[in-house]
Design a protein around this ligand. Structure first.
Ligand SMILES: N[C@@H](CCC(=O)N[C@@H](CS)C(=O)NCC(=O)O)C(=O)O
Length: 242
């Protein structure tokens, strides 16, 4: 299952307590945006807590902390921050040990450029297919055609930037991998399911995903995602009228 609004699931609970709470990651583990931040925190060795927060509702505990009602958002000693790229930048600045963005300004910009391409030009485009790919709905032929047209331009553009040697930005694991590891496979999956073809086929997504799955932190995030997907399915099925 992909991330997306889960209508009427309103459940906010603390998942576990860390020893010394400095940072709390809020959202749900089926969300790829949430998992980007979780992988970053694990890779950097930053202590954090998780708080399970569903979306698709106007619960004050959601919108008072993330005004768009989106996850992830993080709780810091100074307050809340929403938007995953902003959260990621805060984490890099507040926890400079084990940096995932290069110190060199140009190389740092190239890592962020990859993340913006992934979010804006791949994920946001493919999301139009998610209602059909993951949530039992249908998307129109017009939507499908629009996604095809946009990806025909956007995927080669991303391919021109991405290195896959072996990481997205080159030899080092960077913040761009925290994004690519989640955005790319789901984009492939949505295209295959709804359009019947992989519009990202020019990218080595399968080999890259297999390599990333060897990372123990990634393996942990994927296991937590599986458990959260199962929880979401069971909560949704309980809410369906008999
Ligand atoms: N631009 C946001 C996107 C986050 C996002 O769309 N999250 C999904 C869950 S994967 C969500 O909260 N959806 C609920 C909604 O859009 O109302 C970010 O980078 O944090």
């Amino acid at each position: 299952m992909a991330c997306g609004p889960v209508t009427e699931l309103i459940e906010i609970k603390q998942l576990f307590q860390g020893d010394a709470m400095t940072l709390k990651l809020c959202g749900f583990a089926a969300s790829n945006y949430y998992n980007k931040i979780k992988l970053q925190l694990l890779e950097k060795g930053v202590p954090f807590e998780e708080e399970l927060v569903w979306v698709g509702n106007n619960h004050p505990k959601l919108v008072s902390r993330s005004p768009m009602g989106k996850v992830p958002f993080i709780e810091t000693p100074d307050g809340y921050i929403s938007e995953s790229l902003v959260c990621a930048d805060y984490i890099e600045a507040a926890y400079p040990e084990h940096p995932l963005v290069p110190a060199d300004p140009f190389q740092a910009a190239k890592v962020r450029e990859l993340i913006v391409y992934l979010e804006l030009h791949i994920e946001l485009v493919v999301r139009a297919l998610y209602p059909q790919a993951f949530f039992g709905g249908q998307v129109s032929d017009g939507t499908k055609e629009k996604v095809r047209q946009q990806l025909a331009r956007n995927v080669p553009a991303f391919a021109a930037l991405a290195k896959f040697s072996p990481y997205i930005a080159g030899e080092q694991f960077t913040l761009a991998d925290c994004a690519a590891a989640f955005h790319l496979p789901i984009a492939v999956s949505a295209c295959k399911q709804v359009l019947g073809e992989d519009l990202l086929a020019e990218l080595p997504v399968k080999a890259y995903s297999q390599q990333m799955a060897q990372n123990p932190h990634m393996a942990q995030v994927l296991a937590d995602r599986k458990a959260n997907n199962e929880l979401m399915v069971s909560l949704l099925s309980k809410k369906k009228p008999a």
